[in-house]
Write a protein that binds this ligand. Structure first.
Ligand SMILES: C[C@@](CO)(OP(=O)(O)O)[C@H](O)COP(=O)(O)OP(=O)(O)OC[C@H]1O[C@@H](n2ccc(N)nc2=O)[C@H](O)[C@@H]1O
Ligand SMILES: Nc1ncnc2c1ncn2[C@@H]1O[C@H](COP(=O)(O)OP(=O)(O)O)[C@@H](O)[C@H]1O
Length: 302
């Protein structure tokens, strides 16, 4: 079979409730994942060996070899499916690297979907989930897109059906944050605190269901935000400027440092993006709609 291309969206966590540390070192989470309309395009072709190449302005920040999450996904699936060949992977990267928007996880999910096709496996999505979870906690959501509640370390998913769409502005930072370091900082900030088991915010799910942007803005919550702000204090100014410029709410996306702003309309998102551009520490701003759809797989025309 010829090459296939998968267009995969980035995510924000509308809710990220971080519970106690588990015996395996991961944190018990309850999160509401929401895909947003920023995408990587991942092209996959059969090959003897697995190779990965990244294009785009941040390509130099993405590992080229076996450390790339996309290559790890191909290898994990090949191992489980007993496939001895590899794949050639090209990632056209638009999702900020180490930005808390799960770009690497999205690329890994794209490769699982592509390899399932080009190796003729025809595994149902449920069978790809354990392979995704082996690669990373966020990869299973990358297979789905849309909106989903994530539990466990984020890999146990329950899709949330919604037809609502919201306008977002994003401020990408000059430099990424390391996810393990943000979790460690969160633990340090909560030392001596009795951390409860996380629970899903029902008011947030109701706001999504109703398409009520103001109610959703009031429910956005990220337990990793204090840690991201401790590591990158300038983000507080970015969040304040976004709401001053008209956003309903601003939140750090996942482990950060991207800041995501929920806006009452696309025109306001454009104003917010323009107001944030040029702030210290802000590399670039973008607007997008979200929730976005599922990953889209298509053959590449010769
Ligand atoms: C914080 C979140 C929120 O969606 O996303 P990002 O901001 O990174 O995109 C995720 O929990 C990140 O998921 P992912 O980036 O796939 O993490 P993994 O590779 O599985 O784990 C990286 C490290 O993060 C920490 N980790 C991750 C997930 C979890 N439930 N508890 C943790 O403590 C661990 O230190 C782990 O070694
Ligand atoms: N395909 C990939 N795209 C981006 N980063 C990758 C990829 N594969 C491995 N990485 C590594 O994973 C780290 C986190 O990547 P990313 O998924 O972009 O951010 P986050 O975990 O904050 O959402 C990067 O700093 C990079 O070293």
């Amino acid at each position: 079979m010829g090459p296939v291309r998968v267009r995969v969206p980035a995510k924000v966590n509308l809710q990220l409730a971080v519970g106690p540390v588990r015996p395996d070192g991961f944190h018990e989470l309850v999160t509401v994942f929401c895909s947003v309309g920023l995408h990587d395009d991942v092209t996959v072709t059969t090959s003897d060996e697995t190779r990965v190449r990244t294009t785009g302005p941040e390509a130099h920040l993405v590992p080229a070899g076996a450390d790339n999450l996309a290559a790890r996904a191909a290898e994990a699936l090949a191992r489980r499916a007993g496939v001895s060949s590899g794949v050639d992977i090209t990632i056209d990267k638009d999702i900020p690297v180490a930005g808390g928007m799960a770009g690497g996880s999205a690329d890994a999910a794209a490769v699982l979907l592509a390899c399932n096709e080009i190796w003729g496996l025809h595994w149902p999505a449920e069978e790809l989930v354990p392979v995704a979870a082996e690669v990373g906690s966020d990869v299973a959501f990358g297979l789905l897109g849309g909106v989903a509640v994530g539990r466990g370390r984020g890999e146990l998913l329950e899709p949330v059906g919604t037809t609502a769409e919201f306008a977002w502005a994003f401020a990408f930072a000059d430099e990424g944050l390391s996810t393990p370091e943000v979790f460690r900082t969160c633990d340090r900030l909560r030392e001596g605190v009795d951390v409860p088991q996380p629970e899903v915010a029902e008011d947030l799910l109701a706001a999504l269901h109703d398409g009520d942007a103001a109610a959703l803005a009031a429910s956005l919550a990220n337990d990793l935000q204090p840690a991201a702000l401790a590591l990158r204090p300038g983000l507080a100014d970015v969040l304040a400027e976004g709401t001053r410029a008209g956003a309903l709410a601003g939140i750090v996306s996942g482990s950060g440092p991207t800041c995501a702003f929920l806006c009452p309309a696309e025109a306001v998102a454009a104003v917010v993006g323009a107001a944030l551009a040029g702030l210290p520490g802000v590399r670039r701003t973008r607007t997008a709609r979200g929730p976005a759809g599922s990953p889209q797989l298509a053959p590449v025309n010769p």
